[in-house]
Write a protein that binds this ligand. Sequence first.
Ligand code: AMP
Ligand code: GLY
Length: 421
Amino acid sequence: MKVGIIGSGGREHALCYAIKKSKKVKKIYCFPGNAGTDKIAENINLDVSNFDLLKDFINKNQIDIIIVGPEKPLVEGIVDFLEKNKIKVFGPNKFSSKLEGSKIFTKNLCKKYNIPTAKYGIFKNKKNAQKFLNNCNLPIVIKADGLAAGKGVYICETKKQGINAVHEIFNGKFGKTYEILIEEFLVGEEMSFFIISDGITFKKFGTAQDHKRVGEGDLGPNTGGMGAYSPSRLENEILNQKILKKIIKPTLKALKDLNTNYKGFLYAGLIINNNEPYLIEYNVRMGDPECQTILPRLKTDFFKIVESTINQNLDQLNIEWFSDKCLSIVQCSIGYPSTYKNNKEIRKLNNIILKNDEFIFHAGTKIEKNKIFSNGGRVLNFVAKSNSFKNSRKMAIDLIKKVNWKDGFYRKDIGYKVINK
Ligand code: AMP
Ligand code: GLY
């Protein structure tokens, strides 16, 4: 089989690694991939937002299955387009992708189906939003409706910050805006909860916890994710059942009632308070860096899981996991998440020999004449699994030290809540 993977991050390198392990897979293409996927797949530099161009390449090269990593092409309808052209594809359709593409769509769905989430209001202009901010409790959360690459959420501690957020969003910081969401600040601990669905049945696909803030102790500005560990320390069977019953099942039912179904990964971003789950947001894909900690724990052939999802017979497959504790540390370009420089060579990467339970998943890297250069804010994911998070973190840090890249930085405290000092 030939498989195509869309995306260029650490998540996609991990997807590529998991697919590569299958005996059924003969060749992988990555659109566009990075210096890591270059080693196990053929990177294709093609504008994936040009669906026709992509379709022509897929047909010409007889690619059997396409896996979509990031949200943007999903929200833009890549699945509908490829399916219409008789190409097998893993991921949700355009309508279902509104779960991530429109926060207001999801909030309204939560309200209708009684899904626990933060109380909220939708505001159509600055004046009404500001009026509300005059009397609300603080902190308060203000969100742009559409995709904003993780940046459209403001946690406001003061009224002034709230007013500034309303201004920025309505002034078009995240594109033309007609409505914004203001919601209650939820207290608790975050958890990323994943399922995989074939449109008929679904299965749990692990839990993880990511660290979004740039600084140690979870301080400083938000990032795409500085590291993660799986499974989440909060996971327990009672909580799992609550999440499925109160959040996942009503959501899938809601989509059915809207005459569609959900295929692919669904990622529920949750806040857990007193073992009660509240939905913060949905993502219609795997998490990054969560994916890099979940796939190494998977025992079952990932390609078979993808095939069963596309063929809608997931119910016949038993998904098995290793009990290891997996942890990922992201090394970023100095300056990230604000300005940083690209094209910094990472010299020692090619000489590293990885043990069985160690992984380096590339994110913002590129390869030129056999040399590897940085090419983004989040550059490398150092991942290890073992029988304890403490040991896995030590293994990941030892790898970082071996690579010894001077233009990058990382958090040494990933997983601190689950690792006894
Ligand atoms: P999102 O892009 O919706 O995941 O939001 C980014 C981050 O903001 C989340 O991971 C949470 O840390 C935080 N967040 C979003 N909504 C809320 C909320 N209602 N209460 C508390 N924290 C929130
Ligand atoms: N880890 C956060 C995300 O993938 O959106």
